[in-house]
Write a protein that binds this ligand. Structure first.
Ligand SMILES: Nc1ncnc2c1ncn2[C@@H]1O[C@H](COP(=O)(O)OP(=O)(O)O)[C@@H](O)[C@H]1O
Ligand SMILES: [Mg+2]
Length: 246
């Protein structure tokens, strides 16, 4: 196994008396394609919020690229190459599609010096390159309100890619899409993985999870109950119980 990129150690998160995450530990190697499954409300998004810095866990550590980032703000983690999409797309509504990429490109991007000192590429060209790679080039100057569901999902991915990530966490980017659109997003995630980006895909669509993931993690009621090859995970008794009920 190659070196660890993300290590979650004994992370717990409560909301009041409700335990949303209970002592979660996991290790993800650089370059892995990971799927995360689990019933609604099992804590998947909460885990991503703890990893990305939107939530602070009560216990445990998040180690990214060998560095303890547990106390860092989301933008500080983004600058280290940790990017995520939101389950409910969160574009800057008052801006055009391409303008949505300027903030992450300028302020979130993974490099030590401000972007323009390191790169000759003008901001608009850098943003356009990302949009074109996702098939959004023709929408660059449109407002976000005019976007379809899949275009909004792609814009979420584009904004995440603008930080030049080492790790991309996609939180249900396929929800509500048609079968062909699911395949389109799947191809995008495969292409990013082929570029060397470690990808964590949270999804309910099992066909996509089975095709994409080298390893699947299953979270039920805030606990990591299984981790393994996709074919083994679907056979796992606890996973079956969580989905089918007993
Ligand atoms: N900010 C919050 N305040 C209170 N409860 C929350 C908050 N965020 C999530 N929860 C609760 O934590 C549980 C896990 O939610 P979530 O992580 O969104 O699940 P999933 O993404 O697996 O569907 C749910 O019961 C949800 O209602
Ligand atoms: Mg969720």
């Amino acid at each position: 196994m190659s070196e660890s990129l993300l290590r979650v150690q004994n992370v717990s998160k409560r909301f009041g008396n409700f335990v949303a995450l209970s002592d979660i530990s996991l290790d993800i190697a650089a370059g892995e394609r990971i799927g995360i499954i689990g019933p609604n409300g099992s804590g998947k998004t909460t885990l991503i919020n703890c990893i990305a810095g939107r939530l602070r866990p009560e216990t445990g550590q998040i180690v990214f690229g060998g560095e303890d980032v547990t106390r860092l703000a989301p933008h500080q983690r983004a600058r280290r190459g940790l990017a995520r999409t939101f389950q409910i797309p969160q574009p800057f509504h008052g801006m055009t599609v391409i303008e949505n990429l300027y903030v992450p490109l300028e302020y979130g991007s993974r490099q030590s010096a401000p972007r323009n000192e390191q790169s000759d590429e003008p901001l608009r060209d850098a943003a356009m390159r990302i949009l074109v790679s996702l098939g959004l080039g023709a929408k660059a100057d449109d407002g976000c309100r005019a976007l379809s569901q899949i275009e909004l999902r792609k814009l979420e991915l584009a904004r995440a890619l603008a930080v030049n990530p080492r790790l991309l966490v996609s939180d249900e980017a396929m929800a509500g899409l048609s079968s062909d659109e699911v395949d389109e997003v799947l191809e995008i995630l495969f292409a990013l993985a082929a570029r060397g980006i470690t990808v964590i895909m949270i999804e309910h669509i099992m066909r996509a999870i089975m095709r994409f993931s080298e390893r699947v993690l299953c979270i039920v009621s805030g606990k990591l109950i299984a981790s393994g090859a996709p074919a083994d995970i679907v056979q796992h008794p606890e996973v079956q119980r969580a989905y089918i009920g007993d």
